[in-house]
Design a protein. Structure first.
Length: 456
């Protein structure tokens, strides 16, 4: 995964950064410095004095412990983490499990497109470098991973914990956005650390909630994380989560020693391009000669292979930035695949939406003035084609000659959005004129969602 190259680079930089930060006299803890200091309670926990001294003067991303992390040295973690026998037990379990090793390998493969961005952000926020491996425990670096409780994405955000970093609507679920979810996760971890002053407690808070961890710390002053875990004062899942993460981080940090080839390629450098109109990724990929899978990997938050109508930041590899910008400038409104559909008997917006792929709201956005309940035969509709399908196959309208004999209209049907007299007649095997007559309607009368109709 390129960890070896990263460690070597970090070793070479550590001496320079040590001098720089000693000269500077202070350093910023990343984005978290925006929160005033008086918001954070002073909580004292027991920790290794040497570890505390190193963490006080040197950013954790370039901790003195990292100087010892090299190919020929012992397998160690940065001084942010103290290690107990339970971590060694978890590590030996990984070494003895081919399945665990395979899962970690798959996760690191999935991480490759995002690795340069996430590693860079971890350094910017001055977080321990091992945080890069946290998504392995959370999701195996799968953007579509969903927990039984509903957490989603590589960092596993719940819907009620995604604000203010991410949004979710019919167009996107930004918990799958590697860019925004990473910022959210790192800021959350940074905030946890500022409250707890201990990275193990900060990670525990990421798993079970900051308030819960703070309560346990305040009611058990002087105890470090491992003593609190031994006393079973935190949830069982959290007590397993921390040693599992540390064992995975140790295993993955020394990937080359496990017999796997290191990846020395630089990796994808992503840039964001602001869009004010929708773009079909399939059309863009073809015109810009970008692998479609690359665009999809970078924009996993999209619900469709099409960007929202406005205010979307499209992520593309940096080497394609100029080409994409030129296409967007010259081909506005031509980077989307449309069909023009002429409304015929029995057509409904619901059926068109189901056939071509776009949600009903998208069809209405592109056809201002059109209303599902008053859809007129002969109307031309502009429909984004989100599925690779052929022409729309119209429902066969039942004529009065095909109805063997009139059935009594003894049932009730509640009109839904997108319904028409034509579609309702087709469903219930009757004719439009008979349906209209039985409900005291004219064939051209509009029907509205919620209206009750008598049907056979």
């Amino acid at each position: 995964m390129g960890m070896g190259r990263h460690l070597l680079r970090r070793k070479a930089l550590s001496h320079f950064l040590l001098v720089f930060f000693l000269w500077e006299g202070w350093y910023c803890q990343g984005e978290q410095e925006r929160v005033p200091e008086h918001f954070f309670p002073a909580i004292t926990t027991r920790q290794d004095p040497k570890s505390a001294e190193r963490s006080q003067y040197i950013p954790l991303s370039y901790d003195i412990a990292s100087v010892r992390q090299y190919h020929g040295g012992p397998e160690v973690l940065s001084s942010a983490f103290s290690v107990e026998p339970v971590v060694e037990e978890n590590y030996k379990r990984i070494l003895g499990s081919a399945e665990d090793q395979f899962r970690i390998r798959i996760a690191l493969e999935r991480a490759k497109p995002y690795a340069p961005f996430i590693r860079k952000k971890i350094e910017e926020y001055r977080l321990p470098p091992e945080i890069f491996y946290l998504p392995i425990v959370e999701s195996l670096y799968n953007p579509f991973a969903r927990s039984p409780q509903g957490a989603l994405g590589i960092w596993q955000f719940m819907a009620d914990s995604m604000n203010p970093w991410m949004v979710r609507n019919e167009w996107v679920d930004e918990r799958r956005d590697f860019w925004k979810s990473t910022i959210g996760a790192l800021e959350k971890l940074s905030l946890n650390y500022r409250y707890t002053k201990d990275w193990l407690f900060a990670l525990a808070a990421y798993n079970c909630g900051l308030n819960r961890v703070l309560y346990v710390m305040q009611t058990n002053p002087g105890k470090d994380y491992w003593r609190i875990a031994e006393a079973r004062l935190l949830p069982r899942e959290t007590r397993a989560y921390i040693p599992r993460f540390l064992a995975v981080a140790r295993y993955a940090s020394y990937w080359g020693r496990k017999g796997f080839a290191l990846d020395w390629e630089e990796g994808i450098q992503w840039v964001r391009i602001d869009l004010s109109y929708p773009v079909d990724l399939r059309v863009l990929a073809k015109k810009a000669d970008i692998p479609l899978e690359t665009l999809l990997v970078g924009n996993r938050e999209l619900q469709f292979p099409i960007t929202p109508p406005k205010n979307y930041a499209l992520k593309v590899p940096k080497q394609y930035e100029e080409k994409v910008q030129a296409l967007l400038k010259d081909e506005k409104n031509r980077l989307l695949d449309f069909v023009v559909h002429t409304v015929g008997p029995g057509d409904t917006l619901y059926d068109l939406s189901h056939h071509f792929g776009p949600p009903l709201s998208m069809i209405l956005d592109y056809n201002p003035g059109v209303r599902p309940e008053t859809l007129q035969i002969g109307t031309k509709l502009l429909i984004p084609k989100l599925k690779d399908v052929g022409p729309f196959q119209r429902l066969i309208v039942v004529s009065s000659q095909e109805v063997p004999s009139p059935k009594p209209f003894s049932n009730i049907y509640i009109v839904q959005a997108g319904d028409s007299l034509w579609s309702i007649a087709q469903i219930h095997r009757t004719t439009v004129d008979l349906l209209a007559r039985e409900n005291n309607l004219r064939m051209e009368d509009p029907i509205h969602p919620g209206t009750t109709l008598k049907v056979p």
